[in-house]
Design a protein around this ligand. Structure first.
Ligand SMILES: [Zn+2]
Ligand SMILES: [Zn+2]
Length: 272
C-alpha cells in the first residue's frame, strides 16, 4: 500500500512563500493498493495527481479509479474540472460518497461545472463517471480492497473512510469536530489502523473561539490515535493561516505527546 499526498490544506488553496514547504493545495490523497488506485477527495491537489497519471494507462484511456469523496464542500471537489484523465475517453471513475450526500454529490459536481462557473459541463467530459453511495457502517469490497465508513461531525455532514488492503489499513477522517468524549464511530473505524489521517485544522488554543466550525485539533487527533491504537497519526487539513514555521511548531509539539506523528506534506509519499 502506498499513500501520496497531493493536497493537504483546508478550506481554500493557499499558495505563496509562507506555505511553500507544507503546500497550499486543498485535499487530495492517492492510495495505491497494488495497481489499484483509490483517490481521497478532489481538492485542487487532484490536478497535480491527474498530470502524473497521464504517464500511466490513464494517458491512453485505460485507467480506472475509485474516488471517495468525504463531502461536497468546495475545497474537496474543486479540483475535478482540472483533472486531465477525466477528459480522456475510456477512463473510468467511480465516485463514491455518503448515502445522504450522494445526490448532493452528483448535483454539486454538476453545479460546479455549469457554464457560469466553468466552460465544460460534467456530462461533456469524455471519460465515464459514475456516482455511487454508501450507508454509514456499510462495507464495500472492491477487488482486494475493502472500504468501511463512518459519519463525521461536520456542518452538512462528512464521511470518514477506512481502506483495507492485504493486512494494512488507512483511515481518512477529515472535516470533523471532536466531542467531549472520543467519537465512538470514529474510534471503531480507526481501531488498529496503520495510519490515521485526521483533521487538525485548529490548534487547541484557536479551537476555543471556533467551536461549531466542524474541525478538530492535534490534541484530539492524539487522543483518538491512542485510544484506537493507531500506528501513525498524520495531521491534515492544515489551516490556511498556518505558515510553515507554525506547522513545524505544531508538529514538534504533537510529537512530544505521540512520537509517531507526521504532518501531511504535499508530494510526500509513504509506503506501508
Ligand atoms: Zn474542508
Ligand atoms: Zn468541510
Amino acid at each position: 500500500m502506498k499513500i501520496k499526498y497531493y493536497g493537504v490544506r483546508g478550506s481554500v488553496p493557499t499558495p505563496g512563500r509562507a506555505t511553500i514547504r507544507y503546500g497550499g493545495n486543498t485535499p487530495c490523497v492517492a492510495v495505491w493498493c497494488g495497481d489499484d488506485l483509490v483517490i481521497l477527495d478532489a481538492g485542487t491537489g487532484l490536478r497535480v495527481l491527474g498530470d502524473e497519471l497521464m504517464d500511466t494507462p490513464f494517458g491512453q484511456g485505460k485507467g480506472r479509479a475509485v474516488m471517495l469523496v468525504s463531502h461536497t464542500h468546495w475545497d474537496h471537489i474543486q479540483g475535478f474540472p482540472f483533472f486531465t484523465p477525466a477528459y480522456i475517453k475510456g477512463n473510468l471513475f467511480h465516485l463514491l460518497g455518503a448515502h445522504q450526500i450522494n445526490k448532493g454529490l452528483e448535483m454539486a459536481m454538476h453545479h460546479q461545472q455549469q457554464y457560469q462557473n466553468f466552460p465544460v459541463l460534467l456530462g461533456q467530459m469524455p471519460s465515464r463517471i459514475t456516482f455511487n453511495s454508501m450507508e454509514e457502517g456499510a462495507v464495500r469490497q472492491m477487488g482486494n480492497i475493502r472500504i468501511h465508513t463512518a459519519e463525521l461531525n461536520h456542518p452538512g455532514g462528512s464521511f470518514a473512510y477506512r481502506i483495507e488492503y492485504e493486512d494494512k489499513a488507512v483511515v481518512y477522517a477529515t472535516d470533523t469536530e471532536h466531542y467531549a468524549n472520543v467519537d465512538l464511530r470514529l474510534l471503531t473505524l480507526a481501531r488498529n489502523a496503520d495510519i490515521l489521517i485526521y483533521d487538525t485544522h485548529f490548534t487547541s488554543e484557536e479551537y476555543k473561539s471556533h467551536r461549531g466550525w466542524g474541525h478538530s485539533t492535534p490534541d484530539e487527533g492524539i487522543r483518538l490515535a491512542r485510544e484506537a491504537n493507531v500506528g501513525c497519526l498524520h495531521l491534515f487539513h492544515h489551516s490556511p493561516s498556518h505558515k510553515d514555521e507554525q506547522m513545524d511548531e505544531i508538529l514538534e509539539q504533537a510529537r512530544k505527546e505521540f512520537p509517531e506523528t507526521h504532518a501531511a506534506i504535499e508530494e510526500w509519499e509513504v509506503a506501508i
